[in-house]
Design a protein around this ligand. Sequence first.
Ligand SMILES: [Zn+2]
Length: 124
Amino acid sequence: MTDDSLRLPDVPPPEVVLLPASNDVQLEGVEQRLVHYAVHLAYLHWLLFAAPLIVMSGRDREHSASAMHFAGQALDLHTDSLEADEALLFHALIAFSAPARLVDYTVGRAPGGERFVHLEVAKP
Ligand SMILES: [Zn+2]
């Protein structure tokens, strides 16, 4: 195996695999540990489903009611576009990997019925 064989020319940069749902999604000020974990999840999502992972909300105004979002300690990831078995797999990957990254998670439904995963910095 040469060094060239280890290169992965088709691996996109993080900003291609992890996308905010809109310009209203505020990622600035979100705790780096959480953003880095989301980027890792986004690469898994891209590898498994050939699609970017969408961030529904970070430190956004509409989540000001949630103290964790307001403090930049939470992110919501859109998983509603996945088929049921795909969502099961992706949620299982989060369940297995989140504790080691000191992240708590819950699977929820947005007011419009869309499925999402809420990630937040684990409480000590
Ligand atoms: Zn949330």
